[in-house]
Design a protein around this ligand. Structure first.
Ligand code: MG
Length: 226
């Protein structure tokens, strides 16, 4: 494989399933919430729609089950509950291999910008503690900064704007098919790392430029070129 960092200055890095091994907890929090309101929701729903904002997921699940959504206020209320459940259920488990991946990028002089569709403060606020120096202050896009969220390219376009670089100088690091779609929609070379149950074909369908089977595999690759 050609050196994927050639000509690159910036890595736009997703959080859930990339920085933190958190998708299992998100899934349980969603299942608990949707069970309470009587709307079907499977783990696959959550993995396949990862990257969308919380309220957008709620609208999708309601529409599918009942043929109509809920008010914006109700969606926000339900998402606040889901956020609370995640905080109760979840731990901020660092993704195995990610620390090594981030340090390799740092050695290569690649600026790291966090780009997450999440507003989960219980994770976002811990990144500097769990990964000291990995991200400079202000080098982050969260759900609070965007209108559309993934799979819209907006979050990654905002990441480019923060770094002040053109798409050609960046790479995206994602674990979710809709995140890959967002990265490609922004015109950026997109690396998919399969850190969950989604098969690699799902990432190839979205146009991922390269797919690594695990985070340690991606870190091994970076260690070999940086
Ligand atoms: Mg993710």
């Amino acid at each position: 494989m050609e050196n994927i960092l050639k000509g690159k200055t910036t890595a736009l890095i997703d959080m859930d399933g990339v920085i933190y091994d958190s998708m299992k907890y998100h899934t349980r929090a969603w299942e608990r919430l949707m069970k309470e309101v009587g709307v079907p929701c499977t783990a696959e729903d959550i993995y396949l729609n990862e990257g969308m904002t919380g309220p957008a997921v709620i609208q999708l699940l309601y529409n599918r089950a009942l043929g109509h959504g809920v008010s914006d206020e109700r969606a926000d209320e339900l998402y606040a509950l889901k956020t609370q459940y995640f905080k109760e259920i979840g731990n901020n488990d660092p993704m195995p291999g990610t620390d090594r991946m981030l340090r390799a990028l740092e050695r290569a002089g690649i600026r790291r910008v966090l780009v997450t569709g999440s507003s989960q403060a219980s994770l976002i606020d811990n990144i500097n503690k769990d990964y000291p120096g990995a991200f400079q202050p202000g080098d982050r896009v969260t759900a609070k900064d965007v209108v559309h969220g993934k799979p819209d390219p907006e979050p990654y376009l905002k990441g480019l704007a923060i770094a002040g670089v053109p798409a050609e100088e960046a790479i995206v690091i994602e674990n979710a098919p809709l995140g890959v779609r967002a990265g490609k929609g922004a015109g950026i070379f997109t690396v998919a790392v399969t850190t969950g149950p989604i098969p690699r074909e799902a990432f190839e369908r979205e146009g991922a430029d390269v797919v690594f089977p695990s985070m340690p595999d991606f870190a091994d690759y970076l260690d070999s070129i940086c």
